[in-house]
Ligand binder design. Structure first.
Ligand code: NI
Length: 154
């Protein structure tokens, strides 16, 4: 387990489309562990996507601090998005900035776990928001692309 350096906005790696993971092996599990360490080290981190540590693979982790712990997603696919909600978002790759972004109120996500087993999760509220934010990273999209109104400095 180790901390990895978080890539900041302006680095082209954040704008690339990540590739599907074809083999889930110990290298992927080490990456997941490192991503968790890195997210928890940043005390405001509630999610982290692999491109944010310079790895263009379709992987992200989320822990919204609701007691359910870390959620790991490999090759995620979001469906059944419903509703719309505005909330304030920030990003570890865009330090010191925040803004209002529209996201669905609920969604279904299918993904693989760290052992390669498929699972499905129905997410609402802040969990759904975080999943959408992290999933966007896999397609080179940052929350600043979707901000309504001004991008604020914290
Ligand atoms: Ni982010």
């Amino acid at each position: 387990m180790a901390l990895r350096e978080i890539v900041k906005v302006g680095d082209e790696v954040l704008r690339k489309v990540s590739r599907e993971v074809t083999v889930i092996d110990d290298r992927i599990r080490v990456l997941l562990d490192d991503m968790a360490d890195t997210m928890y080290f940043e005390n405001r981190g509630v999610g982290l996507a692999a491109p944010q540590v310079g790895v263009l693979k379709r992987i992200f982790v989320v822990d919204i601090g609701d007691g359910t712990g870390i959620h790991e997603f490999i090759n995620p696919a979001i469906s059944d998005m419903k509703g719309s909600v505005m909330s304030t978002e920030g990003c570890l790759s865009v330090p010191g900035k925040s803004g209002e972004v529209e996201r669905p109120e609920e969604l279904t996500i299918r993904a693989l776990d760290r052992n390669g087993n498929p699972f499905e999760l129905h997410a609402t509220g802040f969990m759904a928001i975080c999943i959408c934010h992290e999933n966007d990273h896999l397609d080179g999209i940052l929350f600043i692309d979707k901000v309504r109104g001004t991008l604020d400095s914290n």
